[in-house]
Design a protein around this ligand. Sequence first.
Ligand code: NDP
Length: 403
Amino acid sequence: GKKVLIIGAGGVGNVVAKKCAMNPDVFSEVVLASRTKSKCDAIAEECAKIGLPIPVQTAQVDADNVPELVALINEVKPWMIINVALPYQDLTIMDACLETGVHYMDTANYEPKDVAKFEYSWQWAYKERFEQAGLMALLGCGFDPGVTQVYTAYANKHHFDEMHYLDIIDCNAGDHGKAFATNFNPEINIREITQNGRYWENGEWVEIPPMSIHKAIDYPGIGPKESYVLYHEELESLVKNFPTIKRARFWMTFGQQYLTHLNVLQNVGMTSIEPIKFKGIDIVPLEFLKAVLPEPGTLGENYTGETSIGCQIKGIKDGKDRTYYVWNNCKHQDCWSEVQAQGVSYTTGVPAMLGAMMMITGEWFKPGVWNCEEMNPDPFMAMLNVHGLPWNELVDVALPHEY
Ligand code: NDP
């Protein structure tokens, strides 16, 4: 096994640490570091309490600071870093990996703090440097991005000669009992959904006002839920890597109560990322809002209901039309019982552990900077079934929702 350093001890970090600590054949040692060390310690204690075979070691680090990261990496000497801090830290951690000769993985693309801009350009620009150093960086290995690209690669490999239409559909039909809370980091979540929507059609991006395209989609085991077209980062790499795709869209469900709260917060200026002066200091309204909202990691205990995320694809196989739908449903309560997490943290943390497993076992090892759909989907798909995110598929059956 290999030693891993996990950075970020939020909702996702909790799941990644526990899932790694359950698999001693792959992970020899697990170190969890974050800005607030007490959060790492609390997770490590829980791992010990539930009797996981690998003890989790902890450390403090400010991942915005490259020299601090380098010092920590030199001390810990991990084989790779699993970055589940925030997207703002992606580049500093990649720099530190290059400086110390350590492999890299994350679950969300880099975003500068001062503009909500989702694109891979910054991280793809590291490709040659990683290649030359013989190092691998695997980008976006959560559920979406992550599993959605593995699903698409699997569909392409086994079910299509040409994929034409891709709809990624993401439903959270859970209830956490709070009036308003986000399921992952509130700052990142709100930045993502308040920007314009965007989808790919006939070789170009079509930009739309936020939440302006929506319809009810029928999710398996859940029923119809109003779903909204958003821009989501995996679309960028998918249309590049599968150029036969004529249209690619990403749909996500939102409840009316969530949208009403979000509208009000936006209307009063609380979601702005422009700093304002308050009592003589600069504060960013969205960062202040994050401070008063529940932390995503605390939503799990009373969370009921389930998530359903999948890919619906149309195209051709052997000269005939083909439809394909592959998805996972995940119950919040099952995640709580297993690793004291809610479903959104779980569906991100399990693939992150699996991405690291694929790199360590060599199934996915390749120097350079890569997105998940560029790897062989088969071993990852097999492991999803073993480690808590079993999938279902329908081939040439009328899709639950026709577009
Ligand atoms: P949380 O806000 O719960 O956790 C983030 C963690 O990162 C916190 O422990 C925080 O520390 C730590 N952190 C923030 N800044 C720094 C820093 N400068 N140095 C060190 N640590 C830092 O978020 P989540 O766990 O929900 O999300 C983690 C990541 O996963 C995000 O990038 C998110 O975008 C991504 N994600 C990806 C999904 C996918 O499907 N691909 C889905 C959901 C999330 P502190 O406690 O001190 O604030």
